[in-house]
Structure formats: structure tokens, C-alpha cells
Design a protein around this ligand. Structure first.
Ligand code: BES
Ligand code: MN
Ligand code: MN
Length: 457
């Protein structure tokens, strides 16, 4: 073990350089123009898996971007870890707001700046490098490992559920491990034991065949933008409570133990508001800030458009109005059920004068894992050994829709050991990853393999 950590320390610079090399590939899953980059990225990961000593490294086709898989299964009687991550990244616009080009990684201080540095290439590299260090210094691993890196997480993991079902035997494991979440604060490792789910829809309203002169027609027809805002204004009350009938039916409250853990985390509402440039925070009345962020559902309008948007004024009644809306969900809300409830409620509010069409775009379940799970406890020990600080127990407001699918099909708990930071700017300009977390992250996964291995001694 000493040699393994020594190896890690001696290879810091090379590890950083190799991460930089994969960050140069613009593997943006959402944009068809980048299809070749997706293949390049998958190929580089497969080569890397082979290089570090993984077996059966392969690129497995799906209906969309491929999955990269490999395994190391030479530890009989030891637990098996299924390590999942994603090699696709978000689009980079508005590109003008980046301090340096998103696919030309630069190091400033402790931070490596590039699209995908934190979400999620830097974090999947932590696992590859921990495996490399074990195999290079000890010749084997104390656990069995399966690596599954997908290329469609940022577009809703559209083909992964089928992939998991089709390859359920190949993917069988005792624990699913994912590094794709942030820590709560710099220097303090975190274990995320809950994620929110998501239901995403688009609402389209049409009043007439064509735009109309608002003088010649105003007063005779209903304006679809007026109708849209009337409908959307009935989704929440002034206290932030969502008004969709039955919306809260399946929401599980947090336990007393969770309350205690949440209250231990330092969170200053005023400082937080300031850090994001908000005059004040806002949310559902009657709940603490972190509880609202992690364990309560939301309703948000993500975009709204229609009518005249140009300079000056135009007297028009637009023919159409549109909105994209999403709801972050919590255990045990079912995204299909919530989409249905939203649809039924909206339909009940649509005036006779309007034609409506509601599209369900994508969704996923939330997830909560048991804090007493022995795998989670092994993760806690490993993180504390590497970072020398007590672990923060976190839930997250974001979603990794495939987590619940893994939990259900593989029938294994999902451990979320994330190494991002709150100011990582994921999905935004100047995305960055802490190199301290990168190296400590590798060290913690080295220990994690050892701790998990001990569970079945
Ligand atoms: N890594 C994030 C998930 C995440 C974000 C976890 C913040 C914890 C905190 C992931 O890559 C992501 O962006 N997920 C999307 C899912 C969506 C595209 C279905 C999200 O949460 O919006
Ligand atoms: Mn991610
Ligand atoms: Mn993301």
C-alpha cells in the first residue's frame, strides 16, 4: 500500500497531463456535429483501460453514443464494484464568457479549467488512475471491478436503461460506484446519499393559424402568451408550494437522523445569496434551506418564448406560445406519474379558445441510499483516510437519472463518492476541477478498494 501511494505521488504530473489530453476532445453529446469526437473519446478511454491492465476493454454500440466497458475479475470471493461515469460533456455556449477556450485546458493555481474537467472526465479518471496505481505496484486488485462509461448522460441517458437490461448479467455487481457529484466545501470529502429525480416537459399553445394585428383582432381572440402565463402562474402559490393536484402524494419526509446531519453542515443563506448575486434566497415555506435544495421537489420554468422579441414595438397577437418546464423530484415520486399529473392539471386550465400540446421530454427517479450500508461506510473510511477530515453526509439537488435504474436492475446500492466543488461551474463557462481533489480522490479510491475488499475477508 505504501508503494502504491508512493507511485501515485511520483506520477502526479503525468496523471494531470493525461487528464488534459482527454479534456481536449470536445465530446458534446447533444450536438450531432460532434459525433466523431464521441467516438474519439470512447476510443481513448478503451485504450487507457487496456493500458492500465483492465480486461475485455470494448466499445459497445447503442442506438446512440457508445458505452465503453472493461472488467477485472480476478479476485474470487471478493465483492464486485460496478464503476459508472460519463464521457460526454455539455455544450459550451455562451463561449464568449469563458476566460480560456473550453477545450484548451489550462491550470491556474489548483484548478484545471476545461469543459468536462469536473463533469465528469476528471472524476472518471480518478478511478482509472487508482486502478493503474494498484495494478502497477501490487499486480492485482483486492476487489473485482467493472467499468461502464456512457456517452449520453447529459442528454438524459436515453439508451442506457435498455443497455443495462440487455447486459444485466455482464453488469452484475455488489455495489455501484459513481463519482459525478460535488463535495460541499473545499478540503472536506463528501458522500452523497440522495439525488433528486426529474420530469421535463414542453407546453405548446396555439390560438390561431397566424399572427394577427392586435388592433383588428384584439378583444375578439385570446392571446396564447396571455393564456400561457395565466396557466403557469397557477403552478405555485406565493409561498412556493406547488399546486399540481397530488404532486406531493409520494414525497418522503427526511428522517430525524438526516435532520441532525443536515443541521451540522455550515450553510449561511446570506453569504450563499451573495455568492450567486441574488438579493435574497427564496423557496417553499416551512423547510430549511438545505432540505429545500436536496429533499423537496421543485417546479421551474426553464424557458418561455413566443411573440415579438425584436427591438422597438410591434402590435401583434402571436399565433403561438411555448414553455419548457421541469420539476426536480424526490423519493418516492415517479416521473411518469408526475408528468401525467402536470398534464392533467394543465389540461384542466386550458381555455376553450386555445389548442394545447404537451410533450414529455425526459425524466428520472430520485434516489436515497441507506446510511448504514457497509459499502457506504467503507467509502466514508476511505475518504477520511485520504482527506484527513470527517466526511460530510450530503444529498444533492441535481439528478443522475440512471442511478435508480442501476439500483433496481443490478439490485445493488449506489455509492456516490464525488470530488467536484461548489464553484466548479458545471454546465457553465469556466468549468474547473480541483487538482488537490483529483490527487486526493485517486488516493481515496485506492483506499476504498482496500476497504471494500476487507468486507468479504
Ligand atoms: N453530474 C451531474 C449531476 C449532478 C449535478 C449531481 C449537480 C449533483 C449535483 C449530471 O451530469 C447532470 O448534469 N445531470 C443532469 C441530468 C439531466 C440532463 C437529465 C441534471 O441534473 O440536470
Ligand atoms: Mn455529470
Ligand atoms: Mn452534467
Amino acid at each position: 500500500m505504501k508503494n502504491t501511494i508512493k507511485y501515485l505521488n511520483e506520477n502526479h504530473a503525468r496523471y494531470e497531463q493525461e487528464l488534459i489530453d482527454i479534456l481536449k476532445v470536445p465530446s458534446i453529446s447533444a450536438l450531432p456535429d460532434h459525433a466523431d469526437d464521441m467516438l474519439t473519446m470512447a476510443g481513448m478511454l478503451k485504450d487507457e483501460m487496456q493500458k492500465i491492465g483492465m480486461d475485455e476493454a470494448q466499445i459497445i454500440e447503442t442506438e446512440g453514443h457508445p458505452v465503453v466497458y472493461s472488467e477485472w475479475l480476478k479476485a474470487p470471493d471478493k465483492p464486485t464494484l460496478l464503476i459508472y461515469g460519463h464521457y460526454d460533456v455539455q455544450p459550451v455556449d455562451p463561449v464568449d464568457l469563458w476566460s480560456s477556450p473550453p477545450f484548451e485546458p489550462v491550470i491556474k493555481g489548483d484548478k484545471l479549467f476545461a469543459r468536462g474537467s469536473a463533469d465528469d472526465k476528471g472524476q472518471i479518471y480518478i478511478h482509472l488512475k487508482a486502478i493503474e496505481a494498484w495494478l502497477a505496484t501490487l499486480g492485482d486488485l483486492p476487489v473485482n471491478v467493472k467499468l461502464v462509461f456512457e456517452g449520453e448522460e447529459e442528454v438524459g441517458s436515453i439508451h442506457l436503461e435498455d443497455f443495462i437490461k440487455e447486459h444485466a448479467a455482464m453488469l452484475a455487481a455488489d455495489y455501484v460506484v459513481i463519482s459525478d457529484t460535488p463535495m460541499f466545501r473545499e478540503g472536506y470529502p463528501g458522500i452523497t446519499y440522495g439525488l433528486r429525480g426529474l420530469a421535463y416537459l414542453q407546453l405548446n399553445l396555439r390560438g390561431t393559424n397566424t399572427d394577427l394585428h392586435s388592433g383588428s383582432f384584439g378583444g375578439l381572440v385570446k392571446n396564447p402568451i396571455n393564456a400561457l402565463v395565466e396557466i403557469l402562474s397557477q403552478m405555485k402559490d406565493v409561498d412556493g408550494r406547488i399546486l399540481i393536484p397530488g404532486f406531493y402524494d409520494d414525497v418522503l419526509p427526511i428522517t430525524e437522523n438526516e435532520h441532525i446531519k443536515l443541521s451540522k453542515l455550515p450553510f449561511e443563506a446570506t453569504d450563499f445569496a451573495k455568492s450567486i448575486g441574488a438579493p435574497a434566497l427564496f423557496g417553499e415555506a416551512g423547510y430549511d434551506d438545505l432540505e429545500r435544495l436536496w429533499a423537496r421537489p421543485t417546479f421551474d420554468i426553464n424557458g418561455i418564448w413566443g411573440g415579438f422579441q425584436g427591438e422597438g414595438a410591434k402590435t401583434v397577437i402571436p399565433a403561438e406560445a411555448h414553455a419548457k418546464v421541469s420539476m426536480r423530484l424526490v423519493a418516492d415520486q415517479n416521473p411518469a406519474d408526475i408528468a401525467q399529473k402536470f398534464k392533467a392539471y394543465v389540461e384542466s386550465l386550458i381555455p376553450e379558445s386555445m389548442e394545447a400540446n404537451i410533450q414529455v421530454m425526459h425524466g428520472g427517479f430520485g434516489y436515497v441510499t441507506d446510511l448504514d450500508n457497509p459499502g457506504l461506510q467503507a467509502g466514508v473510511r476511505a475518504l477520511e483516510r485520504a482527506f484527513g477530515k470527517e466526511v460530510d453526509f450530503l444529498r444533492e439537488g441535481g439528478s443522475i437519472p440512471i442511478v435508480k435504474v442501476f439500483a433496481d436492475i443490478i439490485q445493488a446500492p449506489v455509492l456516490l463518492m464525488g470530488y467536484g466543488l461548489p464553484d466548479q461551474n458545471a454546465h457553465a463557462p469556466d468549468e474547473n476541477f480541483s487538482l488537490y481533489n483529483f490527487h486526493k480522490g485517486i488516493e481515496s479510491i485506492i483506499y476504498f478498494f482496500e476497504e471494500i475488499g476487507k468486507l468479504k475477508d
